[in-house]
Design a binder for this molecule. Structure first.
Ligand code: PMP
Length: 399
């Protein structure tokens, strides 16, 4: 069977939470900030006034009432899109597969700076594409390496046409590509005639509320932007969008139609109604505050438990959901999951975020949904698991 050779994107066994386990594995949002009472009365009004419409099939266009909500979010990072450029999705995971199927071609290499969100490589592989890791330096994907990689592939008769990027508060590292590097990358992509897939679930979750211009804002004709309400509203509504260069939107709309027939009118109407009445500011502030607090609790506990002279290193993120812990000598973190689970803590080993095993010497911690009062305890357990297990070398190391 096809699935025998293609692992899925999710990691359900790592995301399982036992009774006493402190889970740092799943990148789940903290939905405490959602005003559930308000939402429930809005959904009930939607049912009363237009239930037969919101529960009906709909078109493969983003609902006109939702367009202002999307434009408001994208505008905060300097980007914009017309209704013609927008394609509705059930979230960025579907967006990734729609792009891979609708714009990519089976057998094409696709370039990914790694470590990368595993769902991206899984979507590209599902469409028959071949993910290739792209080298990076301290500022992110390295334009010189991009030239080199693409030229080598083309000299070999291969034709990479897509470059995948999660440029702001990246899953799993929390890193953001600075604006000058964004411009350099886009210039290289233009030179090399690559389309850039910008996967941006976390861009508005800077702890201090600051933003970085989206790649789409800097070159709207070259960038296919994947937006989602999963991290700024709620993932359970399964609602997102693609903002594509206009000439690609029809192909993506057709692909999306094959995948889902039509998006959920109810989800779109719920989000649109919320935005019309409340806007995004308060909700975004609530999320940012929650993640800033949790990240500080986790980073302070890691500093205290792992110490400055130990073998583990991390950079304090400025936003998003994740913290990336690297072992100086490349300890294979997959072997640590068992001992960690035995003392009640979970994380995702770095190997999940590579194209091969190039990041096996790291691990991802999600602070986004860990209960505040249990973060220090979870880190204490993690430190015990890391210290108690011998360190067989892994390829990768401190990168
Ligand atoms: N891209 C990235 C970088 C992610 O972290 C995630 C989810 N964690 C997704 C895409 C998919 O999210 P969704 O389908 O809920 O929008």
């Amino acid at each position: 069977m096809w699935t025998d050779h293609h692992p899925g994107a999710a990691l359900p066994e790592l995301f399982a939470t036992g009774g006493d386990t402190v889970s740092f594995a799943g990148g789940l949002p903290d939905l405490e900030a959602l005003p559930l009472r308000t939402l429930s009365s809005q959904v009930s009004r939607l049912m009363g006034l237009g239930g037969r419409l919101t529960l009906q099939y709909t078109t493969t266009r983003v609902a006109p009432s939702l367009v202002p909500a999307i434009r408001d979010l994208m505008g905060r990072e300097g980007a914009s899109a017309t209704s013609e450029q927008l394609v509705p999705t059930t979230g960025s995971q579907m967006g990734l597969l729609a792009v891979a199927l609708g714009v990519g071609a089976p057998g094409d290499p696709v370039l990914l700076p790694t470590p990368a969100y595993p769902g991206a490589a899984a979507a590209f592989r599902t469409a028959g594409m071949e993910p290739r890791a792209l080298p990076e330096d301290a500022d992110g994907p390295d334009p010189a390496a991009l030239y080199e990689t693409v030229r080598t592939l083309r000299a070999d008769g291969r034709n990479p046409r897509l470059l995948y990027c999660n440029p702001t508060f990246r899953n799993p590292t929390g890193a953001t590509i600075p604006t000058p590097r964004r411009r350099e990358l886009l210039a290289a992509a233009a030179d090399l005639e690559l389309l850039v897939v910008e996967d941006n679930p976390y861009g508005l979750l800077a702890f201090d509320g600051s933003t970085t211009p989206a790649l789409h804002a800097l070159d709207p004709e070259r960038v296919i932007y994947l937006g989602t309400f999963s991290k700024v509203f709620a993932p359970g509504l399964r609602c997102g969008w693609i903002a594509a260069p206009e000439h690609l939107a029809p192909a993506l709309r057709r692909t999306a139609e094959v995948m889902t027939l039509s998006p959920s009118a109810l989800s779109q109407a719920t989000i649109a109604a919320f935005h019309t009445r409340h806007g995004w500011d308060d909700l975004l502030d609530g999320y940012r505050t929650a993640y800033r607090e949790r990240c500080a609790l986790m980073a302070d506990a890691l500093d205290a438990e792992l110490g400055p002279d130990g073998p583990w290193r991390f950079d304090r993120p400025d936003g998003g959901f994740y913290l990336w812990l690297r072992h100086r000598d490349g300890q294979d973190t997959e072997r640590l999951t068992g001992p960690a689970a035995a003392i009640g803590v979970s994380f995702v080993p770095g190997s999940h975020f590579g194209v091969g095993r190039e990041h096996a010497g790291a691990l991802r911690l999600a602070f986004s949904n860990a209960p505040r009062r249990r973060i220090a305890e979870g880190v204490c357990r993690l430190a015990a698991a890391l210290a108690a297990t011998p360190a067989p070398p892994a390829r990768g190391g401190d990168r």
